[in-house]
Design a protein around this ligand. Structure first.
Ligand code: NAG
Length: 402
């Protein structure tokens, strides 16, 4: 990881982002370092923006882009109102020591604020890992991954505190840690969701049937390559299912099937985040290039599955990971590589009255992301982590707000 010059760059991108703006942004990114007056210009600009609403402007690092994009913004969208300002900075020299990890697929933060990685150690998802027709895992004979697949890190220096999860998983995917400190994982090879009461060698609850994929969205006892899990503070469990099904399934805390939503609406629901204060579940609907939020039915069970909002634009792209910060009502979504440019994080303000706004877009300067897979935000909203499949790494970002 690069040293202290490694700052993230940001662009304020507002409501109804147009294709031209995306092009403009990429151009600006290429020539960013040329303008030494950037900071000053930006400060000036932010001074002006303070009177506006519905625009969340994150400024990252010192290496800001030229103001071409902002001009574009003012020309096209002259009536933003509120600005929430902030800075996002990638933490240099974090982790302090290289981590012995494989593809980082799941990321969560535990009750002590420690980032937890779910990774594949020496294993990878290969072209022939699954039977194309049946979705069955074809490498059962290789056994479970023998090395630890879970890494608990010190949030301050990124060093490994504890590794576990050996001899249990075949192809790790999603991770959540609930308010009681239980770990919830999805394994796409097992077609299962597993719950562990803390660091453990045996799951205390298992959903789905090992190696037996569901054959349709109607299956109430099996999944088909489930991607992610989210757990409400009241204990209800949501599972995004998955690569070969298209639905979100809800269970009670004991694993009893309660219902499902969005059947057939998704094209790889790849990650989910609960925003309990809004009673919605936001889905990274990867191949539909959108974030779709549906009613989670926690307060009003009869509203479960109702459409709430959608975020979709050129900058959204294929979202892989999604996380919610209730402190500031911000949704963080990270996308994968697209023809539009390098992967980036999109910050969405759920309280913005213009619901279709994709509010800020950012990525680490210089190196950039290669293939992010998941994102997590600390409960105080001040730290964001991004895990990547390639290279095998995790980023830490400080979010500073006045
Ligand atoms: C975490 O890292 C910091 C800084 O290196 C250190 O002071 C602290 O003791 C570490 N915590 C644990 C639990 O190891």
């Amino acid at each position: 990881m690069a040293a202290c010059t490694c700052v993230a760059r940001v662009l304020a991108v507002v409501v109804l982002v147009t294709a031209q703006m995306v092009v403009g942004r990429n151009k600006a990114a290429d020539s960013a370092t040329e303008n030494s007056n950037d900071n000053e210009q930006l400060r000036e600009l932010l001074g002006t923006l303070e009177n506006y609403q519905y625009m969340l402007c994150y400024v990252v690092g010192q290496d800001t882009d030229s103001d071409a994009l902002y001009e574009d913004y003012f020309d096209n969208y002259p009536e933003p109102e509120l600005v929430k300002q902030g800075h996002i900075k990638s933490v240099a020299n974090w982790p302090k020591q290289p981590l012995d990890i494989g593809q980082v697929v799941g990321l969560a933060i535990d009750g002590s604020g420690r980032p937890v990685l779910f990774h594949r150690a020496g294993r990878e998802w290969e072209a022939n890992s699954f039977d194309e027709n049946t979705n069955k895992f074809q490498k059962k004979g290789d056994g479970a991954i023998k090395d630890p697949t879970v890494s608990i890190l010190n949030q301050t220096d990124g060093r490994l505190l504890k590794a576990w999860g050996e001899n249990m998983f075949y192809l790790p995917h999603g991770l959540a840690i609930d308010s009681e400190g239980n770990y919830w994982m999805t394994d796409v090879a097992l077609h299962q969701v597993l719950k562990f009461e803390g660091v453990a060698t045996e799951p205390s609850l298992t959903l789905g049937q090992a190696f037996e994929p569901a054959t349709s969205n109607d299956d109430k006892t099996r999944f088909c390559k489930p991607t992610d899990v989210a757990v409400a503070s009241s204990g209800e469990v949501f599972v995004s299912d998955g690569y070969c099904n298209s639905r979100i399934v809800k269970f009670d805390k004991d694993g009893k099937y309660l219902g499902q939503m969005g059947d057939g609406e998704f094209n790889i629901p790849h990650g989910i985040a609960l925003a309990e204060d809004h009673d919605i579940l936001c889905v990274a609907d990867r191949e539909n290039l959108r974030v779709l939020c549906l009613n989670a039915g926690l307060k009003h069970p009869e509203r479960f599955g109702e459409f709430d909002r959608v975020y979709s634009s050129e900058v959204v792209g294929p979202i892989y990971g999604i996380a919610y910060s209730p402190k500031d009502h911000l949704l963080y979504a990270v996308n994968g590589p697209t023809t539009e440019g390098q992967p980036r994080v999109i910050t969405i303000d759920l309280t913005a009255s213009e619901r279709s706004s994709a509010i800020a877009v950012w990525w680490p300067d210089q190196e950039g992301f290669l293939s992010p897979h998941d994102i997590a935000v600390s409960p105080d909203g001040k730290t964001v982590y991004v895990g990547e499949v390639e290279p095998h790494r995790v980023w830490k970002f400080d979010v500073e707000r006045p």
